[in-house]
Design a protein around this ligand. Sequence first.
Ligand code: MN
Length: 331
Amino acid sequence: MGGGALRRGAAYGASEDRTDSMSGPVTDAGVDVVAASATPQASMVEITESRSGHVGSFTVRRALPRRDRRTVGPWCFVDHMGPAAISEDRGLDVAPHPHIGLQTVTWLLEGEAVHRDSLGTEQRIVPGELNLMTAGHGVAHSEEGTGRYRGLLQGAQLWIAQPSTTRDGPPAFEHHAGLETCDLGAGQATVLIGELGGVTSPARRDTDHLGVDLALRPGTSTVALRTDYEHALVVLAGAIRVEGKVVEPGHLAYLGTAREELLLEANASARALLLGGIPFDEPVLMWWNYVARAREEIEQAHAEWMAASNRFGQVDSSLPRIEVAPPPWTH
Ligand code: MN
């Protein structure tokens, strides 16, 4: 369960890769700092393994950030959650927690959940729909079961680092159903954010980036890309071959920049997220659920969260708010 217990340094020492055991959204109390160094590289296929993380009662496969790959465009966090069985009284159960300086993207493949935030939003989400929350200066939210679904839950939650022009601005929330798709030959792309194949998503964008869901059939699909973007592929189901390398769930394939098109081969049905964007040129500092530029900003935000200040407001949730110890550099 999400739980409100103060969990101190859960990741300390327990992880084989301490420099990578940063935050999670929520109970996986991160104690390490992630300083992003966005070093875009030319066209390539570099496969990294996701690591295991915990979100509420779920085990997730965290594809970003990794030690050697902090960001892809402004995308700075990618969790693949499930598939896992949920029921009417046991769902995602991610209790209220804060964010600053980022947008959360929620996209489900199976099941349903409800988003509640300190703006007063209560939004059910099902597969094919997009939840996009902008934290800006501060917001709090929960992700919970709907109380009426029994079956599998599977999806992705991602973070987009906000640029300095908006990261201290007001929070906001958008829900988009009925997103448009474009044909890829042997598959279909749903454009969640940005533009692909003449289709433009209505979702808010503070930087120049792209997020699409790929549903592939057996055969070869072709995706036209922007050469000034860097891209990455995260396979959620099945297997996809990219330039002779097979990418499967639990991995991220970094594809570099300077690509005009991408050929994706599948022998059976496959599902993936294609992420891209202009390489993010601001130094990103991440700890727990905060994306900032300097430690002092994170210390201040966390002190305000722990003091239940108005900065993060109230979430109308039956789950207790999540509290964790202050950043490790302060004690
Ligand atoms: Mn969150």
